[in-house]
Design a protein around this ligand. Structure first.
Ligand code: DON
Length: 573
């Protein structure tokens, strides 16, 4: 019996291109509905996955592992997330059957003002993108401590150990690092601290270069020893604020002291056979995702051919992103009519002008708003996502960001902490597109203490037998990536298929279907064009999805990391 299981499991793992841990001992697969036969971690960097696996092996739960993975990503993916950034951790607590969203999104500094990024003539400046003024107040350190103290089992000195060693001893940078450092070289060179840490004598380090971050290690040690206070008050806080102000920023000590992680109710809903749990405000993710699902449930896309299906999905994307631009912002500051937005009658209203034959012109909606279509989309290959499942059935999906590659490119002296440029996720000027081409409105205007609207969408899906834990970076395209993979999951797809799926996207403005090479075949492209769609094939692939599937019926756990990235998915026993 044992031999049979081994052969079966080995074949299965080979088929899924998953790695067996060397220390794994194979045993009979557990067929129970309640017990999880394996634990798993999927993240965007092999060292972060290793950190998570180590913690689970030492008896930590999924929340402990999430702290270790978060802190390790902060060291080994400095272009994507970090102590100077924010994120959302979606938690499932097995004991209580609760789903919770931990909101560690950055807040606008208390001295921020609505028009702080426009010049005297009313034109947007680069200050929301580059340098100290671009940085919101970070949430990652507070969220890590909150997770460890409220949900974990192991102390911070165990959980942060791996990341402290990686920061002190260094790690080998990848080609991906090299590319992103080259892309943001000019910005990094503007901050002497950032250039000294992240560049090699003023150049992008080549692949294999050992990057050491002793100052960042000290900040991690301070968090390890003093918890939240180790970052938000005392010496580190003073250095962060002093460095920020010296370079023209507006951070104050009270910004850091007052920062709060918030536990929120996630957005929940269902589509056909699957239930969906995703990010709530200040993310737009869950609401936009559910709006798309609600509309799709009226269009029965499984009955459609490839052209009709693509058209239908694009049209619901367009409408949901229009709603995002019109109504969504930090619900602690503005009234977001969530129940209305998620109601079926509202989905029906949104489809009132839907035609299965023609593209809707996004400009039709502009008569009701002041939005302009001068959006210029830029490539975005950063931010990060990880998924974790432990054997008690706890799981975590977390998407973390400093926004643009290497964030603001600014490091306050003596901290090693690279600050985010998440302030650009606010509307800088109504009708003006942000870095992701998103054209927002009043609901997402800057106010002191407010959280900027996000697209990050850590998500859980369940089809009755299988639970999927997933998410991805990709700026505004995050939500449509999760949608497309969720539609595949609803049709029975496995983790590998979900992460590898070719992607297309529409976000209302600019009024175009963006797609990865080969995501839409040539004939369908021609037909979509004749229906009135504008198509834009992207030069580069996008996204970096990490997915774990726990199949309760079969007693199996599988995990996959996006082939577009350098990440690693591991399943163990
Ligand atoms: O919160 C957001 O929506 C953005 N700051 C995320 C940025 C992102 O995913 C960049 N990745 N390519």
């Amino acid at each position: 019996m044992q031999g049979c299981s081994i052969v079966f499991l080995a074949l299965f793992l080979v088929a899924c291109d998953l790695q067996l841990l060397s220390e794994s001992e194979l045993s009979d697969q557990n067929q129970s509905q309640d017990l999880v036969p394996h634990y798993a971690v999927a993240s965007a960097h092999p060292l972060a996955t290793q950190a998570g696996i180590e913690i689970l092996k030492q008896g930590g739960n999924a929340f402990d592992a999430a702290v270790a993975v978060t802190s390790t990503l902060a060291v080994v993916e400095p272009y994507a997330s970090g102590l100077g950034g924010g994120g959302f951790w979606l938690l499932h607590v097995a004991d209580t059957h609760q789903d919770i969203m931990l909101d560690g999104r950055e807040t606008a500094p208390l001295a921020s003002t609505r028009d702080m990024y426009v010049d005297a003539s009313g034109n947007p400046t680069q200050l929301s993108v580059t340098g100290p003024l671009a940085a919101g107040i970070p949430g990652v350190p507070a969220a890590m401590v909150h997770l460890a103290e409220n949900y974990g089992r192991l102390p911070l000195n165990v959980l942060l150990n791996f990341s402290i060693e990686a920061a002190n001893n260094g790690f080998a940078v990848s080609e991906h690092y090299q590319r992103l450092a080259s892309a943001r070289m000019a910005t990094l060179l503007r901050s002497p601290q950032a250039a000294a840490i992240f560049l090699d004598h003023g150049q992008a380090p080549s692949s294999g270069y050992i990057l050491k971050q002793p100052q960042l290690a000290k900040v991690l040690v301070s968090i390890r020893d003093f918890g939240r206070d180790g970052f938000y008050t005392g010496e580190i806080a003073q250095k962060l604020v002093h460095g920020n102000q010296q370079a023209g920023g507006i951070w104050q000590l009270k910004d850091l002291e007052q920062y709060q992680v918030i536990e929120r109710q996630p957005i929940t809903g269902s589509y056909k056979n699957i239930s969906i749990i995703s990010a709530a405000s200040p993310s737009s993710g869950g609401i936009v995702l559910m709006q798309m699902f609600n509309m799709l449930s009226m269009l029965d896309i499984n009955e459609l051919n490839a052209l009709e299906r693509t058209h239908a999905i694009v049209e619901v994307m367009r409408r949901a992103y229009f709603e995002r631009a019109s109504y969504l912002g930090d619900a602690d500051f503005i009234e977001v009519p969530v129940n209305t937005l998620l109601s079926m009658p509202h989905a029906e209203d949104l489809l009132a002008d839907y035609s299965s034959q023609h593209a809707t012109d996004s400009h039709n909606y502009l008569r009701e708003t002041n939005m302009l279509d001068d959006a210029v989309l830029q490539e975005g290959q950063n931010t990060t996502h990880f998924s974790i499942l432990d054997q008690a059935g706890n799981y975590v999906a977390a998407t973390l960001s400093i926004n643009y590659p290497f964030g603001s490119g600014f490091v306050p002296a003596g901290t090693g902490v690279l600050l985010n440029n998440e302030m650009d996720d606010f509307v800088i000027k109504p009708g003006h597109p942000n870095l992701w081409g998103l054209v927002d409105n009043e609901a997402n205007a800057i106010e002191p203490g407010k959280r900027m609207l996000s697209s990050m969408s850590p998500t859980f899906l369940d089809d009755g037998n299988r639970t999927a834990i997933l998410g991805t970076p990709g700026g505004s395209r995050i939500i449509t990536m999760v949608l497309l993979s969720a539609l595949e999951f609803a049709n029975g797809a496995d983790a590998e298929t979900m992460v590898a799926l070719l992607r297309f996207h529409h976000q209302f403005l600019p009024d175009q279907i963006q797609f990865e090479m080969h995501a839409i075949d040539a004939m369908t492209q021609t037909s979509l064009t004749s229906m009135g769609h504008t198509l834009k094939e992207r030069q580069h692939s996008y996204g970096n999805m990490q997915t774990i599937i726990w199949d309760k019926q079969m007693g199996r756990v599988t995990a996959a990391s996006d082939p577009r990235g350098i990440g690693d998915a591991k399943v163990s026993q």
